[in-house]
Design a protein around this ligand. Structure first.
Ligand SMILES: Nc1nc2c(ncn2[C@@H]2O[C@H](COP(=O)(O)OP(=O)(O)OP(=O)(O)O)[C@@H](O)[C@H]2O)c(=O)[nH]1
Ligand SMILES: [Mg+2]
Ligand SMILES: [Zn+2]
Length: 305
């Protein structure tokens, strides 16, 4: 039977079959894609063929992926971890505080999604805990990212603020939800559907360490055409191998100016004369914080090729 992987623990997979029943399956044989070292060859969202008797089954075939989102594995060098496959969009949950999500983290995540041409939603949660200065910072960030083709919204999962608008962004799509531990991913999921009961960190307030309440990625069905994938919080977002040109082209505001650079496609917007990106930063048309993220990405050793 054909099915879709809803949850994976590495050894066991929960697969929802065409008959809408959920089967617990193991993978039969090796699922190593040519030349790619993935720590998890079968990921949440994958379409598979499986055999089954009663309730238990074996995955025998992995069907081609429409897309995937992955990050560098922190455990094994040279390996990647596929967060999910066959998704329509990604939604990053960020917070100004409790915990603070750095702009570098946000930009690394957006660059990864852009590399796979996956549409991005950026949600700032915990609006309720912000003071007036922080609310002003939030407004500036919402404005900045909205100009970069990212769908943005500020919400409070706790107070149900702006959740209706959020729901309409998710309707009819498969959305991967990502973000640091403790930003409220599972809390939000629980609010979006009466049938979801994900564990959330019960301790009131916030521990700077991030306790990783969710430990496996899992896909939930909200209605017949809407799926959400909850993922464990990540501390850092390791970019897959890309060179400086590629990284800069995943910043839409740099991509749009590339042809105006004197050295065109060879410009990496660092010290080149006649660079249109450097000129745009000078004139305030490109945000300095975005450029700082770019410089940090191209100078980090793990991203050299
Ligand atoms: N004040 C406030 N607290 C919130 C809000 N949303 C979530 N929280 C709290 O933040 C804490 C962490 O929430 P979780 O939903 O467990 O966070 P998570 O992102 O799923 O974390 P991991 O599973 O560890 O990745 C809990 O104590 C929630 O009650 C919000 O909008 N406002
Ligand atoms: Mg969680
Ligand atoms: Zn340039």
């Amino acid at each position: 039977m054909k099915g879709r992987v809803m949850r994976s623990t590495g050894l066991w997979y929960n697969v929802i079959g065409e008959d809408s029943k959920v089967y617990t399956c193991r993978a039969r044989g090796k699922f190593r894609l040519d030349g790619i070292k993935e720590s998890n060859p079968i990921a949440v969202g994958d379409l598979v063929i499986f055999d089954h008797d009663q309730k238990e089954g074996h995955i025998t075939e992995l069907l081609p992926r429409e897309n995937l989102i992955e990050r560098k594995s922190v455990k094994k060098t040279g390996h990647s971890h596929v967060l999910a496959a066959n998704i329509d969009q990604v939604m990053l949950i960020a917070t100004i505080k409790q915990p603070r999500t750095s702009l570098g983290f946000i930009d690394r995540f957006l660059v990864s999604a852009e590399a796979y041409r996956i549409p991005q939603i950026l949600i700032f949660n915990k609006r309720d805990v912000l003071g007036s200065n922080e609310l002003q910072e939030l407004d500036e960030l919402l404005y900045l990212y909205a100009t970069l083709h990212v769908t943005t919204k500020s919400i409070s999962a706790k107070d149900d603020e702006n959740l209706d608008e959020l729901q309409s962004m998710l309707q009819g799509k498969t959305t991967l939800i990502a973000g640091h531990s403790g930003v409220g991913k599972s809390t939000l999921l629980n609010r979006l559907s009466d049938t979801i009961h994900q564990s959330v960190n019960e301790i009131s307030g916030f521990s700077e360490k991030g306790t990783h309440t969710t430990t496996f990625a899992e896909m939930f069905q909200i209605n017949s055409s809407t799926f959400l994938i909850d993922t464990p919080g990540v501390k850092e977002w390791g970019l897959m191998d890309m060179n400086s040109q590629e990284i800069s082209d995943y910043f839409p505001e740099m991509r749009d100016r590339r042809l105006d650079c004197k050295f065109g496609s060879r410009c990496i917007h660092l010290t080149e004369p006649g660079c249109a990106v450097l000129a745009a930063i000078e004139s305030g048309d490109i945000a300095v914080c975005r450029y700082q993220s770019y410089v940090s990405m191209v100078s980090a050793d793990d991203n050299r090729r």
